[in-house]
Design a protein around this ligand. Structure first.
Ligand code: TRP
Length: 330
């Protein structure tokens, strides 16, 4: 029998997750559960590259785990865990720092964006963030990494680092492939449809959070910025309408052509209501599940503990190989 392939992905417990995070990555995670060995990690060590309030970081770590589960990841079929619970992430992170070039890290667009936004705290961790991400992935000999399109550059760096390490020391790491789902286009802000929907957007009306109430969701879609003209048509010169169509398509499963036909002759008002309904319906189950899960901390603690143990087992195996290859004394 062929060995089961491994899937790894991570989400930071910083800020509330948006429908962009959900549609771009999380929604895809559960489809790997049956046929792959899956690891889904709450990457709290990545989160501290930006200042966090300790109590909030702790709360959001639980919330992110609960969201994984609410979005359909069964803890018995997936390894769900917290990055800082498995010390090999930091250990391999340091090692990979030494195989990642300054020039490579300098080219990362996320680093450039984040350092522009945090000019008072451009710390070394923010800079080497992608090497830690590579460590996350390579520790588990990962084959496939489902991520949003914004992580493509980091993923390519992880591949380059794996290839470089393998060239120096012989086969050590599986070289991972990204999985960027074809139907998850980038979700843009509802208020400024040329900018990515971001959990740190200062304009709260532009962002729909996974845990928003139906009323909030409907209100935000009603206020969504559209374009001149009145047609519901997917095109580059209609960024507002096209973004709403992407969201509608992702939640309803309908194609762009079907949506254009459905709203032929109808106005923006009807269309925005329909998008809001589809989004609220799509999220309602997650919201209900989440409420149940977050109320039971003891269970979440247990899930974290089991997940960390399972992850530790695999991480330790890779680390002993890495230490030997590098020449660390056993
Ligand atoms: N950098 C990712 C993000 O911000 C989070 C992340 C950290 C990640 N480690 C990872 C994603 C490993 C996939 C695999 O979205």
């Amino acid at each position: 029998m062929e060995k089961m392939k491994t899937v790894f992905s991570g989400i930071q417990p910083s800020g509330n997750l948006t429908i962009g995070n959900y549609l771009g990555a999380m929604k895809n995670f559960s489809k790997f559960s049956e046929d792959y060995n899956t690891f889904y990690c709450v990457v709290d060590m990545h989160a501290i590259t930006v200042r966090q309030v300790p109590a909030e970081l702790r709360r959001r770590t639980y919330e992110t785990l609960a969201l994984y589960m609410a979005a359909g990841l069964d803890e018995k079929k997936n390894t769900l865990f917290v990055q800082s619970h498995v010390p090999q992430h930091a250990e391999l992170g340091w090692i990979l720092d030494c195989y990642t070039m300054f020039g490579e890290l300098s080219r990362m667009t996320q680093f450039k964006d984040k350092s522009a936004k945090n000019a008072q705290n451009i710390n070394a961790g923010l800079f080497t963030y992608p090497a830690l991400m590579a460590a996350d992935i390579l520790l588990y000999q990962t084959d496939i990494v489902p991520v949003g399109i914004d992580q493509k550059q980091h993923l390519e760096l992880a591949r380059d680092v794996a290839i470089r390490f393998n060239q120096i020391y012989g086969d050590t790491f599986t070289v991972p492939d990204g999985y960027i789902s074809p139907d998850t286009m980038k979700i843009m802000s509802l208020q400024e449809p040329t900018a990515k929907m971001s959990k740190s957007d200062p304009n709260p009306n532009g962002v729909v959070y996974i845990l928003d109430s139906k009323d909030d969701i409907m209100r935000k879609f009603k206020r969504a910025v559209t374009d001149s003209g009145s047609e519901i048509r997917y095109s580059e010169d209609k960024p507002g309408v096209s973004n709403l169509m992407s969201i509608y398509s992702a939640f309803s499963g309908k194609s762009m052509e079907e949506i254009e036909r459905e709203f032929d002759g109808k106005g923006y008002g009807d269309f925005k209501l329909a998008v809001g309904e589809a989004c609220a319906d799509g999220l309602s189950k997650i919201r209900e599940e989440f409420a149940k899960l977050i109320a039971d901390k003891a269970h979440l603690d247990e899930v974290m503990k089991c997940g960390a143990e399972a992850a530790f087992y695999h991480a330790r195996k890779t680390m002993s190989k890495v230490r030997r290859k590098i020449g660390f004394v056993n």
